[in-house]
Each structure stands twice: as structure tokens, then as C-alpha cells.
Design a protein around this ligand. Structure first.
Ligand code: NAD
Ligand code: UDP
Length: 312
């Protein structure tokens, strides 16, 4: 039977895909967003659909809604955006998460927190397993996000232990797809937009740092499988374990776009993790989930998307 599902950050990149998927599964969707990095254009096609409702709201303020499930995705995810107002980023991850947990407690909803691979910081264990506690700078430029998300996980665990709130924690690794902003600042959208404009691709550092990129459709399936999983067994990594250097990514984007753009090297931002790859054994065993979309295939989708956006 269809449920009433709240998606915070629902007008953002991942949230908008999640809303569309949930509606297609027959659920009612309440999409809540303060439109900091979210865009109405991401959910345009959903606005007239039966069962979809849009609420302009900031999760740092409390709200009372009747729902069965909450996907708490509200939080800027690109370093450029979460560092724009770092105090607000911390508030979103502390006050915002307390508000959503308070709501879940009051209406007995199950709540899934969008956590991140950033809880592992600049990891000294590779690939990262869920039982690794991480290597995070508590006072750096990335801390508002990394430590914010770590506190969000702490709050989820404490509401679970203290108030029996039914929680799920997804540790999401770098995800890409259509609906990323042109000026998002993250590497996949930067490289594709630069290549399509014929501008140099900006590699930070020497380009040998690694990331593992998951296509958004795969991620949405993982998030919903985790939400529907019968019991809470701790945080679960969701990501694609295929690991690439930023130099490899740049070369692939140049090849797929057929762009004659060059590459320029810029300084590496502080505390930029050297390597990142998820161990997804837990998701494979407990959720029967494994990502299907290869980077080359996913990038082609995003390239088509940005071609349309840049030409419109
Ligand atoms: P995004 O910036 O596109 O989406 C975030 C959405 O939350 C936006 O629509 C924004 O307007 C909204 N928002 C921000 N602060 C809010 C607030 N205080 N109240 C209400 N709405 C607010 O980012 P995304 O990539 O879609 O990320 C979604 C979630 O997934 C985030 O919580 C992010 O931390 C997490 N995550 C994403 C990735 C990734 O690679 N995309 C990786 C790890 C974790
Ligand atoms: N990066 C880059 N050029 C860009 C944007 C990012 O080389 O134009 C690098 C960045 O330094 C990092 C990697 O790409 O090493 C991934 O960055 P992103 O901001 O996408 O995600 P995160 O660092 O949060 O994983």
C-alpha cells in the first residue's frame, strides 16, 4: 500500500530523483525544500502529478506533518555550497536533524538520514568499511559538513537508543547524474560543463586523488531498499566501488564530449581526501543491492543533460 513519504531536500539533485521514483512506486510524496541549492525546475514534471506536494520550509525550523517515512536529504552537498555559510551547514545537520527526529518520534515515522562518505574524512583504511571510525579534521574548512554529518549520525543513534525511533543511516559516496547544478562545483558537473564550453578542465592538485562515482538511479534504489529493510543494523555504505583518479575522469569526459578543451591544474583545497572507495559488502548482503551503471554510461546521460541545459 502507498505510504506518505516526506523527502527533505526534495528539490535538490538526489532528492528530485528520489521523489520521482517514490511517486512511480505509488507513494504520496511531500517534497520539502528551502531552495538553497534546490531548483523548481528539478521537480517541474512532478508538480501536477497526483500525490505530490511541495512545501517551502527550512528544516532548522520545526514543522508538524503526518507521514509514515522521512528521507532526510536536506543539506548542501557540494564543498562550494556547504562552505558558503558553514554555520548554517552545522545548524542544518544539528537543529535540522533534531527537528526531523522529533517529528519521526512524534508521528512514529521511520527516518533515513542521508549521511556521507565524508564521515571517514581523509581515510587511512581503504576501501572504507562501515566499522571504520574515520580520520576527520574537526576544525577545518570541510568540518562543518563532515562533523555535521557525524553529529547527525550520533543524533540518529541516540534517538534510536533513547526514544526507540526507527532509524536508517545511508553513508552515500560521490553520486552524479542529471539535475546537478551548472555551478554545482563538484567535479563531475565542473568537468562536463567546462568540456562542453570548451574551457580548460580544472584539476585540483596533481589529479592522482581518487573517488568512486555512483549514478543517481542506482543510488535511489539503494536508498529505498535501505528504507524498506526490516531492521536497523547500523550505517550502510551506498556507492559504486569502481575507483578513478581525477585525471582519468578528466580524460574520459574529454573523450565522451569530443571536446578539444585542455586541462589546467589548480591548488588542492585543504583536507581534500586522497582516496575514497566504498566497501559495499553490507549493502550487497543485507539489501541485495549493487550498482549497475558504469561510469562511461552514466557520464553520457549527464553530458546529454548538460547539453540541453546549456543550450536552453
Ligand atoms: P543538493 O545540494 O543538490 O541537495 C540538497 C537539497 O537540500 C537542496 O535542494 C537544498 O535546497 C536543500 N536544503 C539545504 N539546506 C536545507 C535546509 N536547511 N532546509 C531545507 N532544505 C535544505 O545535494 P545532493 O547531492 O542532492 O545531496 C542530497 C543529500 O545527500 C545531502 O544530505 C548530502 O549531504 C547527501 N550526500 C550526497 C552526496 C553526493 O555525492 N551527491 C554524497 C554524500 C551525501
Ligand atoms: N576536483 C577537481 N576539479 C574540480 C572540482 C573538484 O579536481 O573542478 C577534485 C576535488 O579536489 C576532489 C575531487 O575532485 O579531489 C572530488 O571533488 P568533489 O567536490 O566532487 O567531491 P568531494 O571532494 O566532496 O568528494
Amino acid at each position: 500500500m502507498g505510504k506518505r513519504v516526506l523527502v527533505t531536500g526534495g528539490a535538490g539533485f538526489i532528492g528530485s530523483h528520489l521523489c520521482r521514483y517514490l511517486l512511480a512506486q505509488g507513494h504520496e510524496v511531500l517534497c520539502l525544500d528551502n531552495f538553497f541549492t534546490g531548483r523548481k525546475s528539478n521537480i517541474d514534471e512532478l508538480l501536477d502529478l497526483h500525490g505530490f506536494e511541495l512545501i517551502r520550509h527550512d528544516i532548522t525550523e520545526s514543522i508538524l506533518l503526518e507521514v509514515d517515512q522521512i528521507f532526510n536529504l536536506a543539506c548542501p552537498a557540494s564543498p562550494v555550497h556547504y562552505q558558503y555559510n558553514p554555520v548554517k551547514t552545522v545548524k542544518t545537520n544539528v537543529m535540522g536533524v533534531i527537528n526531523m527526529l522529533g517529528l519521526a518520534k512524534r508521528v512514529r515515522a521511520r527516518i533515513l538520514q542521508a549521511s556521507t562518505s565524508e564521515v571517514y574524512g581523509d581515510p587511512k583504511v581503504h576501501p572504507q568499511t562501515e566499522n571504520y571510525w574515520g580520520h576527520v579534521n574537526p576544525i577545518g574548512q570541510r568540518s562543518c559538513y563532515d562533523e555535521g554529518k557525524r553529529v547527525a549520525e550520533t543524533l540518529m543513534m541516540d534517538y534510536h537508543r533513547q526514544n526507540q525511533v526507527d532509524v536508517r543511516i545511508a553513508r552515500i559516496f560521490n553520486t552524479y547524474g542529471p539535475h546537478m547544478l551548472v555551478d554545482d562545483g563538484r567535479v563531475v558537473s565542473n568537468f562536463i560543463v567546462q568540456a562542453l564550453r570548451g574551457e580548460d578542465l580544472t584539476i585540483y592538485g596533481d589529479g592522482r586523488q581518487t573517488r568512486s562515482f555512483c549514478y543517481v538511479d542506482d543510488l535511489v534504489l539503494g536508498l529505498t531498499r535501505l528504507m524498506e529493510s526490516p531492521g536497523f543494523s547500523g550505517p550502510v555504505n551506498l556507492g559504486n566501488p569502481c575507483e578513478f583518479t581525477m585525471l582519468e575522469l578528466a580524460q574520459l569526459v574529454l573523450e565522451l564530449t569530443g571536446s578539444a578543451a585542455g586541462i589546467s591544474y589548480l591548488p588542492l583545497p585543504a583536507d581534500d581526501p586522497v582516496q575514497r572507495r566504498p566497501d559495499i559488502s553490507k549493502a550487497e548482503i543485507e539489501l541485495d543491492w549493487t550498482p549497475k551503471v558504469q561510469l562511461r554510461e552514466g557520464l553520457q546521460q549527464v553530458i546529454s543533460y548538460f547539453r540541453r541545459v546549456l543550450n536552453s
